[in-house]
Write a protein that binds this ligand. Sequence first.
Ligand code: NAD
Length: 297
Amino acid sequence: MDIGFIGLGNMGAHMARRLIEAGHKVIVYDTRQEAIGNLAGLGGVAARSPKEVADAAETVMVSLPTPDIVLKVATGPDGVIEGKRVRRFVDLSTTGSVMAQRIFKLLAAKNIVQIDAPVSGGVKGAEKGTVAVMASGPRADVEAVEPALKVIGKFFYIGERPGAGQTMKLCNNVLSAAAMAATSESMVVGVKAGLDPRTMVDVINASSGRSTASEQKFPDVVIPRKFNQGFTAGLMMKDVNLFVSEAKALGVPIEVCEAVAALLKLTCDEIGPEKDITTIVQPIEHRAGVEVRAPKA
Ligand code: NAD
């Protein structure tokens, strides 16, 4: 199958590579020439614009940072919408259901079907093809791209309604963010009280408080002070803010998740939106005057 792939960052580069390795012809584009070069080196075909990608493939996938960038790449000048061959636009980014529906309508006017298929499982999951893929859109069109999505990860069909996959993704990510935020507070309290953080995660992971934060992010990334999970605090803040707006539109109270959004904003203001999501522990550490790291032998 000929597949266009736009957005070759932390996630997209691995997903595009997996599609090439599975035998697809993959036409690639990114605003970073270096990213295009890397994929071309693996057998991808370089393109010079989203339109050129959409001239060459019936199915165009994107993995882009923000909803506004997805909108621009999909429907702006020189965008996918102007392509001669494209019939399906598959959005693997976290874009939110409101924007997914808007893009669905704009593309439908040109007989292009938008499918939202956001993913979860991190950069390692993208590398290994184990991310959860949450697809929604017209069933026949989703079925047409299902084999390719199964190369990217574990496929779930969420429903016909455009944006349903996006809502599913936000409901998941807010839990990931909340676990990271709450585990950060818990670990800083334990360390300030004199506990060894390595013992703490061992106990938590054998107990009821465990989560992806205690099982992987603290032992692998925070305690060794690497802060290289591969997902930025800025992107997580975007996801949690999208969740907050969807919850408000539905009239659901979400006080816990709003507190998580506030801690993410503090992290972006004080540490930086381009820094890793795991730096969310640092504003708490700074105020407590301790660091969650292994004590010196
Ligand atoms: P990233 O910033 O590493 O990659 C985005 C890529 O898009 C970059 O290579 C950038 O150069 C490119 N880009 C930006 N503007 C562009 C444009 N106008 N045209 C073409 N390319 C453009 O981001 P990421 O971490 O790979 O995340 C991508 C999406 O996947 C986001 O929506 C994110 O929320 C979601 N996501 C990320 C993770 C993760 O762990 N990193 C996990 C699940 C979902």
